[in-house]
Design a protein around this ligand. Structure first.
Ligand code: SF4
Length: 144
């Protein structure tokens, strides 16, 4: 979203980074920030600090309750659990609610082994052939 790349994130940690000399003061970040946490301040920073990225915000990652892999942001996952666990029909039981706290790989594995496996397939439909068509007899055929 940031046209100049002045605002970036860290792929390994929940961090919001900012590099001042790359900022165009376009205001897109301030306009779209859902928390209204960004305001622009006109200034010209000439120190070396303006040339490197600094951390604007940093949070703790969440550890998957199954494998311990770090993913997402701890405060966000906890907020989602608080809002959905036991309150939303999809997360009504404890097993389903626990999936919110799993990384993508563990969540898919848990869904696959769950009672209502969304990946389960029924018996494949038999392919209809010309023989089936002919076996129905002329009364059901619509070719004449
Ligand atoms: S104002 Fe915000 S969106 Fe625009 S360049 Fe600066 S950091 Fe990026």
């Amino acid at each position: 979203l940031c046209p100049s790349g002045a605002l970036g994130d860290n792929e390994d940690k929940p961090q919001l980074l900012f590099q001042e000399d790359a900022c165009l003061q376009c205001g897109i970040c301030a306009t779209i920030c859902p928390e209204k946490a960004i305001t622009l301040k006109p200034q010209l920073e000439l120190s070396d600090a303006a040339l490197s990225q600094r951390v604007l915000n940093e949070e703790e990652p969440f550890a998957c309750v199954e494998c311990g892999a770090l993913f997402g942001v701890k405060s966000t996952v906890e907020k989602v659990v608080e809002k959905l666990a036991g309150k939303h029909s999809m997360f009504a039981n404890e097993k389903a609610a626990r999936m919110i706290q799993m990384c993508d790989k563990c969540r898919i594995a848990a869904q696959y082994h769950s009672e209502n496996n969304p990946f389960a397939m029924g018996t494949p439909r038999r392919v209809r052939t010309t023989d089936d068509y002919l076996a129905e007899g002329p009364s059901k055929r619509k070719d004449h």
